[in-house]
Structure formats: C-alpha cells, structure tokens
Design a binder for this molecule. Structure first.
Ligand code: T4K
Length: 371
C-alpha cells in the first residue's frame, strides 16, 4: 500500500470558517495593511499572551531579527552559534557585523556559555544566541557575561514561541528576542514574526525601519528602512491560531512523548536532553544518529524513512560557519561539538496534526533498522 506523504512539518491551520469569519471585517473596511485593526489586535493579544515588555510585529522572523540588531546601532563583531538556520548569520552579516562562532553544548545544542568569554574582543558588541529547537540557552550565564563586558544580547527565539524558563517567558530574555511565525512554526501567521524588547524607546525606530524609514503617520523620513510590515490578512491568521495554541501544543506533546519513549535508550540514537525548568512547546524533535556505535548512519535512516514516504530534514546542516559566504570572509571557527551534531542530526516529523499512529510508524521504521 502506498503511504501518504509525511513531512518534517505542516502548518497548524484553524477551521477555514473561523478564518473566513476573522477576515470578513477586512473585506468590509478594506484596510489590509499598514497597522490596520487586525494588526493592532494581534499585537495587543500577543503582548499579553507572551507577557512581553514591548513588542513589534514584522512580515517575517528574519526581518524582525535583522532590524532588531539594526535598531541597537551595533557594529564590529557578534558572538553567535553556527548551529542554526542561515537566517541568524545572515541577519548579522546584513548589519555589516562579523559573526564569531561559539561552540554549542552537547546535550541541548545551544551556545556553550563556558566558551563565550574567550571569543570576546574589543570589537564585540552583541551576543546572538539561538534557542534552537525550542531548547533554552543558559540565559543566566549569558546575560551575566554580557553585563560584565557591556554587550547587548539579542536572542534568536524563532523556535521558542510560548516557552517559559522557571516561569519567565522567552519574550523577556536578553535585550530583545525574535520569534518566527512562519507556516512551519508552532504559532503561525503564514509568514510573520515579532521582536520583543525591554527598551520602550526602540518602538518608534523599529516601526520606522519596518516602513521605509518613515516616522509612521508623519511625512518625516529620518533614516533608511525597508518594507517589513505584517499585513492584516496575516494578522487575522494569527488571531485564529492563537485561540488554538494550547490545544496545538498538547497534540505536539503527544507526538514528542511517543518519540521519546520509543527512541530513548537505543544504542546509536541520541536524543536532546529534557531541560529542567523549561515549559516546552515541542517545536522540533532532533535525533542524532551515532554511526560509531552501530554502523548505521544518518543517510540510511533518512532513506529508510523516505522509502515509506516520510521526509525528515537535516536541521541544521551545514553549519553556518561552513557557508561559502562566511568562509570567503576569512572567518575561521573552532566548533567541534556543533560539527559533530550537525553531521549526524535529523529532525523527525513534529506538528500538531501528526497522528500518534504516524509517529509510532516513524519509530517502527527507525527501530527496524536497529534490530
Ligand atoms: N532563525 C531560525 C533559528 C529559524 O529556524 C528561522 C526559520 C528563522 C530564524 C527565520 O524565520 P522566518 O523569517 O522564516 O520567519 C523552513 C522555514 O521556511 C523557516 O521558517 C525555518 N526557520 C526553517 C527551519 O525551516 P525550509 O527551507 O526548510 O522550508 P521548506 O519549504 O523546505 O519546508 C519544510 C517542510 O514544511 C516541507 O517539507 C513541507 C512543510 N511545509 C512548508 C511550507 C513552506 C508545509 O507543509 N507548508 C508550507 O507552506 O525552511
């Protein structure tokens, strides 16, 4: 029997009638963008949901990060992680800042705080850690180091929407945090993202950067911006999805629990640690395939699954430090742990509409290889 195709991710979608109801007013008012009513409502609802000190919405997560860095007038060098989606490094480079790569921890794949201080120079202005897969960085140590050296901290929290660490929402970490609302994320507006931040005086500047450098609703254009607005049509999707967020996370938790219970303690398979104090959103389920123990490698696992129409991904391979564009800048890095993980990792299908029986089937196929 031909099996249906299963991908690493699928968007969480509200019932179509609910979305039609939500966008009905847009048809009536004709206000589709430029901070219309849906945009304003989503911004308010998200600020309260995330307990964010301040929040600005953007057309995607990448621009939220890029413009967030720009808003703080940073230059020189940024200490960041190579084990992430290309967006993190690109946001730094597009601000004419040089990325300096810090290695990651071997259990949760986030920036290794023990290795940060050795990388600080008189050019360092910011640390850009990533809460990769929704795993939370060592925020206390990172923020202590930043304070000691007078550095900003801007988190790439693309994967950490809705998460808390010891009761503290990820929207309050560092000087600022970026969240992605891409279709494949735990909360989506199709495309979209936001920046949360502590310094309220950044709001006007961020809104200007988002809209051609203008001071919004004036004729004044004091700086160079871009077009990074979220439309009301996208915001309406966010309003619907926010109503279903808790239910969607509960379903992801079931999938993650099946993977964890069946794939733990299998020789040759390494799971990411369950972090104490973190209320997880189950954004991604990484699995590291350690060939040395069994002779079974990542490509064999990917093929066995693909043969059954299950398409996993190598998030995140290659490392950002191995991008041509980075190497051509003469940036050299010593990141053996990140390289080890990146060379062996896959991320399993993990989304709210993945049926438990499909998650069981993913495990059956993998475990069959190890029998
Ligand atoms: N920082 C980090 C750490 C990130 O992971 C990301 C984005 C960003 C920053 C930037 O945020 P955004 O600017 O994107 O808001 C996907 C996503 O496009 C990207 O948002 C995400 N990270 C990255 C990890 O994954 P691709 O190139 O792997 O996507 P794609 O099109 O291959 O999709 C993956 C699977 O998802 C497909 O096999 C099928 C499914 N899918 C995809 C789309 C687009 C759907 O079912 N429906 C869809 O509409 O990057």
């Amino acid at each position: 029997m031909i099996q249906k195709k299963i991908y690493v991710s699928r968007p969480s979608l509200p019932p179509i009638e609910e979305y039609m109801d939500e966008i009905r007013d847009v048809w009536e008012t004709g206000i589709m963008t430029h901070q219309g009513p849906k945009h304003v409502e989503l911004q308010e609802k998200l600020q309260s949901f995330l307990g964010a000190p301040n929040i600005t919405l953007f057309g995607n997560g990448h621009l939220a990060l890029e413009l967030g860095i720009k808003s703080m007038h940073l230059s020189g060098e940024a200490i960041t992680t190579p084990f992430t989606f290309g967006s993190t490094t690109q946001a730094i480079l597009r601000n004419d800042i040089r990325p300096v790569y810090c290695d990651v921890r071997s259990d949760d794949y986030t920036m290794d705080a023990d290795k940060i201080e050795d990388l600080i120079t008189d050019k360092t202005s910011v640390i850009v850690p990533v809460n990769v897969y929704g795993n939370i960085c060592d925020i206390d140590r990172i923020e202590k180091i930043a304070k000691k050296h007078g550095l900003k901290v801007i988190y790439d929290s693309a994967h950490a929407f809705g998460e808390t660490y010891r009761g503290r929402n990820a929207s309050t970490f560092g000087d600022a945090s970026m969240f992605s609302f891409h279709a494949t994320k735990v909360f989506n507006t199709v495309e979209g993202g936001c920046l949360t931040y502590h310094d309220a005086s950044l709001t006007q500047y961020l809104e200007g950067l988002r809209q051609f450098g203008q001071i919004v609703k004036t004729d004044v254009t004091p700086y160079i911006g871009t077009n990074a607005k979220m439309t009301d049509i996208h915001a309406a999707m966010g309003l619907c999805n926010l109503r279903h967020f808790e239910e969607s996370i509960a379903k992801r938790k079931v999938v993650a629990s099946i993977y964890r219970s069946r794939l733990s303690n299998v020789k040759g398979l390494k799971l990411s640690v369950v972090q104490e104090g973190v209320e997880s959103n189950y954004a991604y389920f990484p699995l590291v395939i350690e060939e040395a123990d069994t002779g079974i490698n990542r490509e064999q696992v990917i093929k066995a699954l693909a043969d059954e129409n299950i398409f996993v991904r190598k998030y995140f391979y290659p490392l950002c430090s191995d991008f041509e564009v980075v190497k051509n800048l003469g940036i050299r890095s010593d990141v053996p742990v990140a390289r080890y993980i990146s060379d062996r990792v896959i991320t399993l299908p993990c989304y709210s509409d993945l049926l438990p029986e499909d998650a069981e089937r993913v495990c059956d196929i993998i475990l069959d290889l190890y029998r």
